[in-house]
Design a protein around this ligand. Structure first.
Ligand code: SF4
Ligand code: SF4
Length: 536
């Protein structure tokens, strides 16, 4: 356990690192991972990275801010942060979240209920810097000193001291990326403080006002998506080629003739996948096509720029980038004159386009949007898809993607489907709106620079590994194949990394994949054996 007490004001005191991460401090995992030797070592950051980037928070890097060249550059960055801080609390500059942010800034009763709810804090061995309230209190003190009042002794005495210097800004920036924005803490706070939102708003200030954001989310994320059509880098020709190949594959596997329709005007449904599925889990879009074609759904995909990629990374770090992508999605649906947009298995895309986008998609652009969990449930329960649950006679558990479940309330449709198609379905504990994040939330699933992959597997993802092992506790024997159903691309990216890191497939025959693959695996009109029991 990290014994050192770290006060909020310590964030401003220059030192090699504010806190230390040691594997022996992390919360022990259940058997068979209950000895230090049973899990990989936590790699320290390389000396070169330490010299080049601001790594004095915890010797890990997610944002990788280059060190300023001199004091003048540091001062300029601090001034930018301060002006961004002031703008963040104005109506004109924060059209998305000003009101809930103000409510969360007002007060914290320091009861630490939120700390007990946070998987990152718990997994780290209760490292004080990872308390949900630590980051928030730094920001709250800055707000009270520089935005709400004019500073002075009385203010410092009343609200707590804090110094704003480059060390504070650089550490706070990294600290905003030690939170999955899962908002489990917000759910438990007795006075309604939303520490997840505060983390989000810090990220936003950094990106919109200082141009600081992880390259995976910005340059290779939303910027690339708006430039070529997808954050995967696929343009319309490549995506169509890939889907054609997937159609051929699933046709061969299922014995059906599958052709994905493109740009069909007036279709009932515009289906938008996280394009990562097409490259990494091609059987997922393939399974959607099998289900929709078998049920005779009127549907289409779009080959328009961003029309075939539902990701909207802006939702994690930048309102302007978020709005650009959301408007693009709605315009495409409008142009195709579809009745509604259905989002494939991607949690953040769900929340971005169906909840947060309400702030920008007004008037004509307010196209109906639906979760595929609901669409699929209707197809199965109405009998348009015929299933034989005996084909899924193996242990199945369900991971609840935070964005879809806690943050949107889509809890039951996927469960009703699983109860219908998976006779050996069992819940993780806790589950539903009380679920734990997989540790890949808020963009982490695509971030692995330096030693961040280790941090993600050992700290952020630790609780999920514990939950999965517990769900299959009595069936860990490798002769029994087990399935973690994760209806979200980003969660699957994180699960893939976790499963490889802890060898869950090799040693315990635990596999992960989506919901549609399980559905097709038991559809009576297709050849048996759709699920590929191999790590992918
Ligand atoms: S939002 Fe989630 S990860 Fe972030 S502090 Fe709260 S519980 Fe922890
Ligand atoms: S639960 Fe709420 S009031 Fe209590 S420490 Fe956390 S943010 Fe503050």
């Amino acid at each position: 356990m990290t014994k050192k007490r770290i006060a909020v004001k310590d964030i401003a005191k220059p030192s090699a690192k504010l806190t230390e991460l040691r594997k022996e401090d992390f919360k022990p995992l259940p058997a068979p991972f209950d000895t230090p030797e049973s899990t990989p070592d936590f790699a320290p950051l390389g000396d070169k990275a330490r010299e080049q980037y601001e790594a004095s928070l915890d010797d890990t890097l997610a944002v990788s801010i280059p060190k300023p060249k001199n004091k003048q550059e540091e001062d300029e960055l601090v001034a930018k942060f301060l002006s961004g801080l002031q703008k963040l609390f104005t109506k004109e500059n924060n059209w998305t979240f000003l009101q809930p942010l103000l409510l969360s800034m007002d007060h914290c009763a320091t009861c630490h209920t939120c700390s007990d709810a946070c998987h990152i804090y718990e997994a780290s061995g209760r490292n004080p810097v990872y308390r949900p309230g630590y980051r928030s209190e730094v920001f709250r003190r800055l707000y009270k000193k520089y935005v709400k009042s004019k500073g002075g002794l009385l203010q410092a005495w009343r609200d707590g001291e804090i110094e704003l210097n480059w060390t504070t800004v650089a550490r706070l920036a990294e600290l905003a990326y030690r939170c999955n924005l899962c908002r489990r803490c917000a759910q438990t706070c007795p006075i309604g403080v939303d520490n997840g939102l505060i983390g989000h708003e810090i990220r936003k200030l950094l990106s919109q006002e200082m141009g600081i954001a992880p390259k995976e989310l910005h340059e290779s994320g939303s910027v690339l998506q708006l430039k070529v059509g997808s954050s995967t880098g696929m343009n319309d020709t490549v995506v169509k080629d890939n889907i054609e190949f997937i159609d051929e594959e699933v046709s061969e596997k299922t014995g059906l003739e599958i052709h994905t329709p493109w740009d069909k005007e007036g279709a009932d449904i515009l289906l938008v996948h996280n394009a990562g599925e097409i490259l990494s889990w091609p059987m997922n879009p393939g399974a959607f096509a099998v289900i929709f074609e078998s049920a005779g759904v009127s549907w289409t995909m779009s080959s328009d720029l961003a029309g075939y990629d539902s990701v909207n990374y802006g939702v994690w770090y930048d309102d302007a980038q978020f709005a650009r992508v959301a408007v693009k999605h709605a315009e495409i649906a409008k142009k195709l004159k579809v009745k509604k947009i259905v989002l494939g298995e991607c949690g953040h895309a769900h929340k971005a386009l169906t909840v947060i986008a309400d702030r920008v998609l007004t008037g004509e652009l307010n196209v109906p949007r639906e979760s595929s969990m609901v669409t699929l449930e209707n197809l199965i329960m109405s009998g348009r898809i015929k299933v034989d649950p005996d084909r899924n006679d193996f242990p199945v558990t369900l991971h609840d993607p935070c964005n879809l479940v806690r943050l949107m309330g889509v809890v039951e449709p996927q469960r009703r489907i699983l109860r219908r198609i998976a006779p050996r379905f069992r819940e993780m504990e806790p589950h539903g709106v009380h679920n734990y994040c997989c540790g890949g939330g808020s963009g982490f699933a695509i971030m692995s620079g330096h030693n961040f992959g280790d941090w993600r597997a050992q700290v952020a993802g630790r609780k999920k590994v514990e939950q999965i092992l517990n769900a299959f506790q009595d069936e860990l024997d490798p002769s029994i194949k087990k399935y973690v159903c994760a209806p979200c691309s980003n969660c699957k990216g994180q699960l893939r990394d976790l499963f490889n890191y802890y060898d869950l497939w090799e040693k315990h025959s635990i596999l992960y994949d989506g919901l549609v693959e399980l559905i097709v695996n038991c559809m009576t009109n297709v050849e048996p054996g759709f699920i590929e029991w191999e790590m992918h």
